[in-house]
Design a protein around this ligand. Structure first.
Ligand SMILES: Nc1ncnc2c1ncn2[C@@H]1O[C@H](COP(=O)(O)OP(=O)(O)OP(=O)(O)O)[C@@H](O)[C@H]1O
Length: 780
């Protein structure tokens, strides 16, 4: 490079070289893609022409079959290579747009300096040796995220590389054009981050690979710990770090780890949709995503009507201030507490000796096996074998008992009558059975007798099929009665309780459990404890051993039961758990005070607890303002990223009518200013239903207003109207809070909810209220 060129000229030149490589590769892949497409279409069209069809004898049929298989394999292979080529074209298109975002010059000790460019994906020359761009996940790339210029080192799989980091440069390249470049002495320079954060938000989350911060990078690349617990302020990049970590793990362990071996627990379906583009955008397939609710539904949903967390939240809000509401709230709080978890754990220990409840096997009015017999059999198996072996032993024994019981019924009138009613097809089948087993050669009379026995046996087995199925799926264990027992006996409860005390409102809980479970309804607060007891009695047999990584986002919302359950269900998985105790918005998680349920899941030496303190989402004025909603001790350690913006506004309205008019006017203004996503966030779903109807009336037809509900799978563009708890984890350019009055957000329990709502804003936060304003908002 000639010396009178500026660094920018040199970088422009280098960019052209890289783009030329990209386009050369693109031409090649396009040609390949065209060929493959042609092949696929051709094979599909001529599929049957190339198959020899001959059915004249069995040899010919065999040959016909193998020629079909051959053609199908050829087609599948071409389809695979078509897919590979089309993925390559997609990747190269993105590379043409922005091939890299950073450069580092690193001199390994005793060696010459090497220039390394870092991008979303690697780019290797046709010689297979020239690395034009390194993948952001390559070991050397960590220098960019972790280190400042000067002596530096990075980890490689078999040790450490030491040397000197001589230069760090960041780029913004869009559409193949170098827009910005900075040399930086910080880990990742502020200027670029400023530029990225000033952009508008979208209806789906973006990747952050170009600007990953040092602390986030520790989370992304940690390979030492089996349990990683992250407490991070609102907007500090927990979800982002989790998703980039998944991409990192898929790259680092690509030989042994697939996306279906990673599972992420999301707070709700909207969030699921919101994050679903990040991994594909990074060229990786999505991991599995679930909500905890889906686990509960799969386990209890077939036999019970199970309330979900959102319905519980709505029910509590509707009953707020009533005696019934207060009682339910304290029950919900208690059942999510550590105290209750320990009580149930102690109860399970006692159940190893005695007390598990069983459902008798009954047929019509006959008892085939009584609950007492089952209990004797169950507790007759050594306790050391654990619940799992005992339950399996009892299951085997019951199936055997059912078989002998069927034998004993052969001459019973009910069976004879039922056998007489069977249709001729069944008789035919019984006839075939007898023939197959060698009947009908000897005495005719005996054969008839045999046939009739078979017929009766078949009828008996069919009639008892549901019972047999129930035994096979462990339904003889009565988890509901076992769980209820804990509430029915005061002495039992106090014996299990860690401090020997009953919780306040215990009588109410007892009545409620009796009343709901009697109707086959399970309150949300009972669902996980019940599922836990139920699975414990079966010995936690429903494990998913092939899952290698479990991620839990919004982990502060999980009760100790939920945490313990996930650990049991995925026994071999490493866990990454991310949350913010300031956003513990559900009553169920307010009593367990943070992350206790998670941190005890694994040994301390296998656990790492990290904090993220800088809040990147919102402007500095918004972060400073929202910190004021929290209690002073909770706000310590939340640091705004210095991005300028408008101060939040609090707008008083005289009634709901004026409130909706003011919000509609703000929406019009904000849309005109170019804000693409606007969230109108109310406390409950009931209110958001009303809000959306009012706004639709007030706004012109071309302004899209979408009501987001618990079932919504994605976030729309334009104006979203949604309840507080569905706004978890997502963000909007502008947040308009629907009625932050004292009536709505007046109690201590509403404080974190209001904080969560307000921290969804990137650039604009307007808070509207009727009557007296919530006491939690900072005083002007
Ligand atoms: N290193 C980064 N570079 C660029 N943007 C970032 C970075 N870290 C976070 N962000 C942005 O900040 C916003 C918040 O990130 P994210 O949703 O991951 O935070 P969070 O901690 O999960 O938030 P919350 O708990 O409030 O839901 C997102 O828009 C994300 O893109």
């Amino acid at each position: 490079m000639s010396s009178n060129q500026t660094p920018r000229d040199e970088e422009e030149k280098r960019l052209l070289t890289v783009l030329e490589q990209v386009s050369r590769r693109m031409r090649k892949e396009m040609a390949l893609l065209g060929d493959r497409r042609g092949d696929v279409v051709g094979i599909r069209q001529e599929f049957w022409d190339d198959v020899r069809m001959n059915f004249s004898d069995s040899t010919e049929v065999g040959e016909t079959w193998s020629s079909i298989v051959q053609q199908a394999e050829l087609l599948a292979e071409r389809e695979r290579s078509h897919r590979v080529a089309s993925e390559a074209v997609e990747r190269l298109t993105k590379q043409f747009d922005s091939p890299y975002f950073a450069r580092i010059d690193f001199a390994e000790t005793g060696m010459e300096s090497e220039i390394i460019y870092i991008g979303r994906a690697s780019l290797v020359g046709e010689d297979g040796e020239t690395f034009y761009v390194y993948d952001w996940r390559a070991p050397v790339s960590s220098l960019f995220y972790d280190q400042e210029p000067g002596p530096a080192a990075y980890r490689v799989p078999d040790g450490k590389m030491e040397g000197e980091l001589q230069l760090k440069r960041q780029f913004v390249i869009r559409g193949g054009q170098l827009k910005l470049m900075f040399d930086t002495s910080e880990t990742v320079g502020d200027e670029i981050l400023q530029a990225v954060l000033s952009e508008g938000s979208d209806t789906s989350m973006k990747s952050i690979v170009a600007t990953i911060q040092k602390e986030q990078n520790w989370i992304i690349r940690d390979e030492k710990h089996k349990l990683l617990v992250v407490q991070g302020a609102a907007g500090s990049g927990k979800t982002s770090a989790a998703l980039q970590r998944i991409a990192y793990l898929l790259y680092r362990y690509r030989e042994t780890l697939g996306p279906d071996q990673i599972i992420l627990f999301s707070p709700n379906p909207v969030f699921k949709g919101y994050i679903s583009n990040v991994l594909p955008d990074l060229g990786e397939a999505n991991m599995r995503q679930m909500t905890f609710r889906e686990l509960i539904e799969a386990r209890l949903g077939r036999r019970f009507e199970v309330e979900d967390l959102f319905s519980q939240t709505e029910a509590l809000a509707a009953a707020d201030g009533t005696a019934e509401g207060e009682a339910r709230e304290s029950s919900v709080r208690y059942k999510g507490s550590e105290h209750f978890f320990i009580t149930v754990e102690n109860y399970l220990k006692r159940l190893e000796l005695d007390g598990a409840r069983f459902r008798p096997l009954r047929f019509r009015s006959m008892t085939i096996v009584s609950a007492e017999e089952m209990s004797q059999q169950f507790y007759g198996i050594r306790a050391a074998d654990g619940f799992g072996n005992r339950a399996a032993g009892l299951r085997r024994w019951l199936l055997e008992r059912l078989r002998t019981w069927i034998d004993s019924q052969m001459n019973e009138p009910w069976l004879e009558e039922a056998a007489e009613l069977v249709d001729s097809e069944d008789i035919q089948r019984a006839y075939v059975d007898v023939r197959r087993s060698g009947g009908f050669h000897e005495e005719v009379f005996d054969d008839e007798e045999q046939m009739s026995i078979r017929l009766r046996r078949r009828v008996a087995e069919e009639t008892l099929a549901p019972l047999i199925k129930a035994v096979r799926s462990y339904r003889f264990l009565d988890a509901v009665a076992t769980y209820r027992e804990l509430f029915e006996s005061r002495t039992l409860f106090t014996a299990c309780s860690p401090d020997g005390k009953l919780p306040t409102g215990w009588e109410w809980m007892l009545q409620r459990v009796e009343e709901t479970m009697g109707r086959k309804v399970i309150d949300h607060e009972d669902a996980t404890p019940l599922m836990y007891v139920s699975e414990a009695l079966e010995g936690f047999r429903r494990v998913e051993g092939d899952i290698q990584h479990v991620f839990v986002d919004e982990a502060q919302d999980y009760s100790p039961f939920q945490a313990a359950y996930l650990r049991r269900r995925y026994p071999r998985a490493r866990m990454t758990v991310l949350g913010d105790f300031n956003q513990a918005i559900y009553i169920q998680s307010q009593a367990n005070g943070g992350f206790g349920g998670w941190t005890r899941l694994m040994a301390p030496e296998a656990t790492s607890v990290l904090r993220l303190t800088t809040s990147y989402r919102s402007t500095e004025p918004i972060v400073e303002y929202t910190k004021g909603i929290l209690a002073a001790e909770d706000a310590v350690g939340i640091i705004p990223f210095h991005r300028k913006g408008e101060a939040p506004r609090v707008i008083a309205c005289k009634d709901n009518g004026q409130l909706s008019e003011q919000i509609a006017a703000s929406i019009n203004e904000l849309l005109a200013q170019g804000y693409g996503t606007i969230g109108v966030i109310s406390k409950t779903a009931y209110e958001s239903g009303n809000a959306s109807a009012l706004l639709k009336e007030l706004l012109p037809d071309d302004v899209p207003v979408t009501l987001v509900t618990g079932g919504s799978a994605e976030l729309p563009k334009g104006v979203s109207v949604l309840p507080s708890y569905l706004a978890k984890g997502i963000e909007f350019d502008a947040v308009l809070v629907w009625d932050a009055s004292e009536v709505r957000y007046g109690k201590e329990k509403d404080r974190k909810l209001l904080y969560t709502v307000c921290t969804r804003a990137l650039h604009i936060l307007y808070i509207f209220h009727t009557g007296t304003v919530s006491p939690w908002l900072p005083k002007p």
